[in-house]
Design a protein around this ligand. Structure first.
Ligand code: NDP
Length: 255
């Protein structure tokens, strides 16, 4: 079996029915993994399954609300029943509510924290027994440039994404003994539904992103295929607790 070969492995990707999640799911499928895409929108999920099957992969969908413990348990049960095991979890589902902190109400704060951070705990907790049974596993948590930086309209989002990095480190140390590696990926500014909304809400965002990103462009979901394969494969067996930017150089731009 090659270093990057995922033949026989099974992955769950939350929010894998679009955007960055689907980019990662395609990478995993291309490397031989069977993939379960989990989201709320059944139509999007059905289209994603078709796209993954077109790559020759075994794929299925699971409807889930990642904020709901029972729903997450059902997702894991469905994935294990459909595919026989679980080796890889990508905690990718996420949202943002863009408002200044003084305009936030508690329900909005809670919604963002639950969707972006508590969900990673719920899903990781739910897959742990299956990963132990499989003799190990890989958990990939999706952070953000807001894991490192702040912006006036991202108080809850930045808190959740900073939390994702620290949660990844804690999980990595706890579950190393079980041969489970846990890492975070920090995407830069990526062209998806999420940031299409941001570009309409935040004046000048497009220009600022292009000016600051050394690569001179927005990232694409497909830019995340390679890092997903690396962090899901034997190639990263001694890599755990890290947070790896996929940002075209955004986070190292000095001037
Ligand atoms: P999208 O809006 O395209 O994807 C978000 C995904 O999350 C959707 O597939 C959605 O599925 C799913 N989702 C949201 N809430 C829930 C929920 N309660 N239960 C289940 N699924 C849910 O955006 P992106 O692809 O951009 O975002 C993916 C991740 O990447 C997020 O964590 C985001 O914070 C992060 N990120 C994005 C960046 C960017 O520039 N785009 C930069 C840095 C990080 P459904 O539609 O079925 O509800």
């Amino acid at each position: 079996m090659g270093l990057f070969d995922l033949t026989g492995r099974v992955a769950i990707v939350t929010g894998g029915n679009g955007g960055i999640g689907l980019g990662m799911a395609k990478g995993l499928a291309g490397a031989g993994a069977a993939v379960v895409v989990a989201g709320r929108n059944a139509e999007k999920s059905a289209a994603a399954v078709k796209a993954l099957q077109a790559l020759g992969a075994k794929a299925a969908s699971a409807e889930v609300d990642v904020c709901d413990e029972a729903s997450v348990a059902a997702m894991v049960e469905r994935a294990e029943k459909a595919m026989g095991r679980i080796d890889i979890l990508v905690n990718n589902a996420g949202i943002n509510i863009r408002k200044r902190p003084e305009e936030y109400v508690l329900a909005e704060w809670t919604k963002v924290i639950e969707t972006n951070l508590t969900s990673a705990f719920l899903c990781s907790h739910a897959v742990y027994p299956a990963m132990k049974r499989a003799g190990g596993g890989k958990i990939i948590n999706i952070g953000s440039m807001m894991s490192i930086f702040g912006a006036a309209f991202t108080s809850a989002y930045a808190a959740s994404k900073g939390g994702i990095v620290q949660f990844s480190k804690a999980l990595a140390t706890a579950w190393a003994v079980d041969n489970i590696q846990v890492n975070a990926v920090l995407p830069g500014w990526i062209d998806t539904d999420l940031t299409r909304a941001a570009r309409t809400q935040v004046q000048g965002l497009n220009e600022r992103v292009l000016a600051r990103t050394p690569a001179g462009r927005w990232g694409t979901p497909d830019d995340h295929a390679g890092i997903a394969v690396f962090l899901a494969s034997a190639a990263s067996d001694f890599v755990t607790g890290t947070a790896i930017p996929v940002d075209g150089g955004y986070s190292v731009q000095g001037v």
